[in-house]
Design a protein around this ligand. Structure first.
Ligand code: TRP
Length: 453
């Protein structure tokens, strides 16, 4: 099987594919509202540090396992640690993505709804208050959000059924840069709105007194979520890398791209939040209440342009969410179709159905099921929390321990430096190994202890 496994064409293609998975709702939707909940600039600093010192080493660990084995998680672990329990880590790579997709698909559905709304050029005529009301009425109703959700999940399943490589990759390459250009443009516009200064201050003047242990844990969770770590997504993508391609480079490129994108999204959203007089800690609805406000402001002077930008923007969010969703589904599908007798088609449909059903429950948890709370959160919030702050760091912890302590040392070195041929990789290898063996695992455990003790 290894011989006819598909591979990416170039380092650039690898970075685009990984960045396509990494850049998604995590950057545009989740990052701004988590920053708002945990107090702004101080949180961002911790997030950047966590991305470099804890998340990047784990991205490297997953890349090393993936490319060294060129197979799914179960098989990879079995190759390097036969007759141990390590391959059970593979379970995490099936269960966690389904749980993530449960709530991710709901937000994907919201983006579908907002795209459809934009198509009618409706948003540019609404006031900030009615935008917020619209969002609240929309998500708390039972049936309305299920349409968008269904369309989102169905698109994901159709694309994975049709084969990821040709369809989606060709689609992502132009839309990702477009999204980048749009978000920069919106950030500039947003920072020029009257009253936006407070939002800029909020993002650049750290107030460490507001930073709690929970906040540090959330920064860790955000860096994992945003880089698609701990559930085997990066592992699977790296398994499609060629031997000559450069793990150090693709990892660094993906991380830089992703962090930059999140921060720019912060500058697109936060100044507008303050300009609109909204609450930065408003939670998951933040961008859905802020963006229409921006478009509506723009619409007062430039109605056509703002209508078009709004359509293109929600479309790009939808695509960015879809490319990430596909990578989440791909991990489970790769596993089921390679390790069980199920075909790729059946695996996709089964997992798709699970994801759809769980998504319906998550969506209803803003409506009819809102009375059901776990630890003070509705089902949606609970799943997000458990996945991002516990399951993903846990998976990442196992991957990094595996590469740091279990996998044969020469193999790790060979994979990371391409058999010693890459000078830069050789130079940073000792530091990366140190980060993988000590800093990342101890960091994750310390952060957990500070939260739960
Ligand atoms: N990283 C994506 C985002 O920011 C979401 C995602 C894709 C993901 N694959 C993942 C999150 C794997 C966790 C694990 O939107």
């Amino acid at each position: 099987m290894n011989d006819n496994r598909e591979t990416f064409g170039s380092n650039f293609a690898v970075i685009m594919a990984m960045a396509g998975s990494a850049i998604g709702l995590g950057n545009i939707w989740r990052f701004p509202y988590i920053v708002g909940q945990y107090g702004g600039a101080a949180f961002i600093i911790v997030y950047v540090l966590a991305s470099i010192f804890l998340a990047l080493p784990i991205l490297y660990a997953e890349s090393i396992i993936g490319r060294a084995s060129r197979s799914n998680t179960f098989k990879a672990m079995r190759t390097f640690a036969p007759r141990t329990g390590w391959h059970w880590v593979g379970i995490l790579t099936i269960v966690t993505p389904i749980l993530i997709m449960g709530f991710y698909g709901v937000v994907g559905g919201w983006s579908v709804q907002y795209l459809i709304k934009s198509l009618s050029f409706n948003f540019i005529h609404t006031s900030p208050d009615s935008v917020t009301n619209y969002f609240n009425t929309y998500i708390t109703s039972d049936l309305a959000p299920l349409w968008g959700h269904f369309l989102f999940v169905a698109s994901m399943v159709v694309i994975v059924l049709a084969g990821v490589k040709n369809g989606i990759e060709r689609f992502t390459k132009p839309t990702l840069p477009l999204l980048m250009v749009l978000i920069i443009g919106i950030a500039v516009y947003s920072m020029c709105l009257p009253g936006s200064g407070a939002g800029i201050d909020y993002l650049i003047k750290p107030d460490f007194s507001k930073l709690t242990a929970q906040g540090v844990g959330a920064a860790l969770g955000q860096s994992f979520f945003s880089l698609s770590l701990g559930v085997g997504t990066i592992l699977i993508y790296a398994s499609y890398m060629k031997k000559g391609q450069n793990i150090a480079l693709s990892g660094l490129g993906t991380t830089l791209f992703d962090v930059m994108f999140a921060i720019i999204a912060g500058f697109a959203i936060m100044p507008a939040v303050f300009a609109a007089g909204l609450e930065p800690g408003a939670g998951p609805g933040l961008i859905f209440e802020t963006l229409p406000f921006i478009f509506n402001k723009m619409g007062q002077t430039l109605p056509i342009l703002s209508g078009v930008v709004s359509i293109v923007f929600f479309f790009s969010i939808f695509i960015a969410a879809l490319t990430s969703a596909i990578s989440l589904l791909e991990v489970g599908v790769a596993y089921l179709s390679e390790e069980t007798r199920l075909s790729r088609r059946t695996s996709t449909i089964i997992l798709g159905l699970f994801i759809w059903a769980l998504g319906v429950v998550c969506s209803l948890s803003f409506g009819s099921l809102k009375e059901i709370t776990i630890g003070g959160e509705n089902i949606f919030g609970f799943l997000d929390n458990v996945c991002s702050n516990i399951l993903m760091p846990f998976g990442g912890l196992l991957f990094t321990i595996f590469v740091g302590w279990k996998m044969p040392k020469p193999k790790v070195y060979e994979e990371f430096t391409n058999g010693g041929t890459k000078k830069f990789n050789r130079a940073i290898y000792p530091a990366v190994r140190f980060l993988m063996r000590y800093v990342a695992p101890i960091g994750i455990i310390l952060i957990w202890l500070s939260i739960y003790l």
